[in-house]
Design a binder for this molecule. Structure first.
Ligand code: ATP
Length: 317
């Protein structure tokens, strides 16, 4: 039985190896990425079991996605190969050493055709945690229905729901996102968000203090709320108590994927019954590992690698 079941779209990632306008790239690196499968890989690297539900096209890119996810130890038995649509693409260019530009070619993709029938209720019921993101409901009406169905199944079975708000402005308007994400948050037990996402969902003014944002999110339902702040670390409210999660000092080369890593670290410890301090420390360490390596998930730590950052332990209060 899986510790974590998740559903979403995993795409092929085409990445310019050098800085500069994409049209001058002679070659592109081929990789894969998707917020939910990044998280699932993070769980398996830390010794947990994770299952991924999603669709890929009946094409070489789809076969690559399934090979990578299977190779990382995910349970992909519920994955669907969709002959009607291609695997989605994500293209990453770097215009300066600091500015990464991500573009999606996913409209009408196989992954966006996820639908409620793809969600095996027995698989969701067997999970210790169901993890969903705010990306999947933005992909299509059927994908949105799939997320709602999975969450309803988990709620009914008493399986805790973890939600990463993950607002993607390219996929839907702030207004549409705020409504759907707020509704999902009301059905979640664990909530991950950035400050901007918290403001979006709460329609809170810019000057609202961080801890107030976190408290207002817990008022929507989730007893565990974690607000991520990039290189500034994170704050959390867990069962009514505030916590500060200081960042590790690392040399960041690619910020994408830190949020997925952070959530993976937290959930991997939660399913092991880890105390709050351990959950937050592993979350911060996994986030730090993710930013030190190009690629969205390749740098995720194995359990025996966590100590490589241990000289800078997270302080918990
Ligand atoms: P993304 O959407 O790019 O995956 P995010 O915005 O959801 O990321 P971040 O706040 O960037 O999430 O990162 C999550 C966590 O990872 C942070 O709370 C922090 O603990 C850690 N982290 C991120 N960036 C850094 C950094 N530069 N140095 C150290 N730790 C970092």
């Amino acid at each position: 039985t899986p510790d974590v079941v998740t559903l979403g779209e995993t795409m092929v990632l085409l990445r310019a190896p050098h800085i500069g306008p994409l049209r001058h790239a002679r070659t592109l690196d081929v990789a894969t990425g998707g917020a939910e499968s990044n998280l699932a890989i993070g769980i398996t690297r830390l010794g947990g079991r994770a299952a991924w539900i999603g669709r890929v096209g009946d094409d070489e890119f789809g076969r690559l996605v399934l090979a990578v996810l299977g190779g990382e130890g995910l349970d992909t038995r519920a994955a669907v190969i969709d002959p009607e649509a291609p695997t989605g693409l994500m293209v990453k260019a770097r215009r300066t050493s600091a500015a990464t530009d991500v573009r999606y070619y996913r409209a009408g993709s196989a992954g966006s055709r996820l639908c409620p029938d793809d969600v095996d209720p027995a698989l969701v019921r067997s999970a210790r945690i169901l993890h969903v993101t705010g990306i999947t409901p933005a992909l299509s009406p059927t994908a949105r229905a799939a997320v709602r169905a999975a969450v309803a199944e988990a709620n009914a079975a008493g399986v805790p729901v973890s939600l990463d708000l993950n607002y993607r402005r390219a996929l839907w308007s702030a207004e549409d996102a705020a409504g759907e994400l707020r509704a999902l948050a009301g059905h979640a037990d664990i909530l991950f968000a950035t400050e901007d996402e918290a403001r979006l969902v709460l329609k809170a003014p810019d000057h609202t203090p961080l801890v107030d944002l976190a408290r207002e999110l817990t008022a929507l339902g989730p007893a565990q709320v974690l607000l991520k702040r990039g290189e500034r670390g994170a704050v959390a409210i867990l069962d009514g108590r505030p916590h500060e999660v200081p960042p590790h000092r690392v040399h960041a080369v690619d910020p994408v994927g830190a949020g997925d890593a952070f959530a993976a670290g937290y959930l991997a410890e939660l399913v092991r019954g880890g105390p709050v301090a351990t959950r937050l420390a592993t979350a911060a360490a996994a986030g730090a590992f993710a930013v030190t390596v190009p690629g969205d998930w390749e740098g995720l730590p194995r359990r025996d690698e966590l100590r490589l950052l241990a000289q800078d332990d997270a302080v918990i209060r």
